[in-house]
Design a protein around this ligand. Structure first.
Ligand code: IPD
Ligand code: CA
Length: 265
């Protein structure tokens, strides 16, 4: 865990998580505004992104930044940040939310960090070096009695498709959960608490950090290549290293292709 980018991203994610918790504790009447149907933004989303942008620029002035609240252009290296993923949970006081930081270099995701401060968890991974949960190496080796799927949903996509997928999962004898934070769903797959994550449409900042965790724990992820993911978002299917053995079955449930050349970023 010696890499300077990873060490800095871990420190920032932890500090940003504590900042978000302090802001929530002090919140006033103007703390929340609505972006769209079922879509909220809080002053904390904006303040945490401001904090992360200033800190990244101070340390790496030549790196680009893409963030949920203020956008950004493609650059190399590119820091991809979601200041609070799972904003509704955060606002309600549910613990499933996280600060997500990842870095892409040469068109590939190279670093991913997720801090879930209400759970006391810090997950991080670097391409080719492995993944850690707090300071323990992650290894999702166990096969549970029943396959557990983290199934995301947003009003950006058709409800009927989501309901069909639930029907297919139940027919298969699988169970499913919806945490309300893509980063927590992907962390759950990397840690081996769940086998599969799927969501029909995510933005790059929702998924980037979690995708590095999944691939560094021996899993596989299917999604659009990075430039398309950046421009239009993507469906994301992530399988941990046990679920990968049944990748055709999971691709059929979610009607995606398992051909990595078409879908892997
Ligand atoms: C959302 C969460 C949610 C997912 C949505 C995302 P936000 O991000 O990750 O779980 O279903 O698609 O937009 O708005 O909480 O940062
Ligand atoms: Ca998000």
């Amino acid at each position: 865990m010696s890499d300077a980018i990873l060490r800095y991203a871990r420190t920032l994610a932890q500090e940003a998580g504590q900042l978000a918790r302090r802001l929530r504790a002090q919140r006033g009447a103007d703390f929340v505004s609505t972006k769209g149907r079922s879509d909220f933004v809080t002053l904390a989303d904006q303040n945490v992104e401001d904090y992360l942008r200033a800190a990244i620029t101070a340390q790496f002035p030549n790196h680009g930044i893409l963030g949920e609240e203020y956008g950004g252009a493609l650059a190399d290296p590119l820091w991809i940040i979601d200041p609070i993923d799972g904003t509704t949970n955060y606002l309600k006081g549910l613990p499933d939310w996280g600060v997500c930081i990842s870095v892409a270099q040469g068109g590939k995701l190279t670093h991913g960090v997720i801090s879930c401060p209400d759970h006391g968890l810090l997950a991080s991974a670097e391409a080719g070096k492995g993944a850690w949960l707090n300071d323990i190496r992650m290894d999702p080796a166990r096969e549970g009695a029943i396959p557990l799927v983290q199934l995301g949903f947003s009003t950006r996509t058709p409800l009927a498709e989501h309901l069909n997928q639930i029907e297919r999962l139940i027919a298969l004898g699988a169970d499913y959960r919806r945490s309300g934070a893509a980063c927590v769903g992907l962390l759950s797959v990397a840690a081996g608490w769940s086998d599969v994550f799927y969501e029909r449409h995510l933005k790059l900042w929702d998924a980037a950090a979690g995708l590095v965790l999944v691939s560094e724990t021996g899993g596989a992820a299917h999604h659009a290549a990075l430039p398309d993911f950046y421009h239009s978002g993507s469906a994301v299917l992530a399988l941990n290293k046990v679920a990968v053995r049944r990748s055709r079955q999971w691709a059929a449930v979610f009607e995606t292709t398992t051909d990595p050349s078409r879908q892997r970023g």
